[in-house]
Design a protein. Sequence first.
Length: 336
Amino acid sequence: MEILANHNATVSPLSLTEETTFYGCVHLEVTDFERAIAFWQGVVGLKPRRLGAVAELGTAWRTLIVLHPCAKVAAQEGFDGLHHLAIHVPCQAEFSRIFRRLLGKNVEVEATDRVIAKSLYFTDPDGLGVEVTLETPERRRTELDAGSRFAATGVSDRPLGPPLPLDVEWELAQVCDLAAVAPVSDLAYIGHLHLDVSGLETDYAFFKSLGFRENRFLPDNGFGDLSAGGEFTHRLALQVRRDGVRRPAPNGMARMREFTLYVRDDCRLPVYQDGSADGESVDLRDGICLQAPGNALVRIFIHSRGVEAAGPDIPRSSGYHGSAKPVPPQALLPGE
């Protein structure tokens, strides 16, 4: 698929009374192909879906990660691009199981609690950031915004902002050692991305034009995040690099090449604004590829008949089936 428009093109925002924008797979350029496959399969627990010139890994239902063996050097700081990608899991037991699995593989994990979510942070062999997330929006009661600071209050009245460490002993007690060796749940999906950028206003406006909804925009903090509707409001985060100089990740460095978005068919179609095709619509059913200000490629597809029609990359755990409203991922698990 060729790039049909650059970051000057826009997509008319969706009506996001419910969650209508979903991530598909994330493409990563890596230095050591076999090592990367071993990490995502043997350490994280993804299943190989297709192995060849590129490697597709994920669950039985969808591809989460696509590996491209074209990088020459590991990821370095100081460039626009991926800060981390987040795999969201459906329930506490799965979150604890992956936590135990990572520790059993001697992965250095930062385990945090932000009330709205529990998170495990680590890196792949090339230094690309990875997060495993359990969404817990039911624990959030109110959100407060005090100037350049923001916080939320959970059921325990603990502020949300700077994360607190997880209770590791309690987390690991939720699952037995034997369960830790199982692959990642088929209900797992790419739930959010966190990007390093050098132009917060420009990047934030670009992603709003793709249908994301403003959640927090804190230029004094060099941070902004966006939602896609629904209870969990952290679907895309943008963090300004300290020097503020736009510096795309160079060719040959391990990086995120592109990511995929699926939007529901009740959105208006994107319109060129580059002068050459002003006012003309592009049919999203065949997909378009946009280039973000920080050079990341975003491939956008429309799905009109729900999960089955859109293919395996739509996160079924989101609960979206045609016109049905999203339900919490836990609701799709037997006995939950």
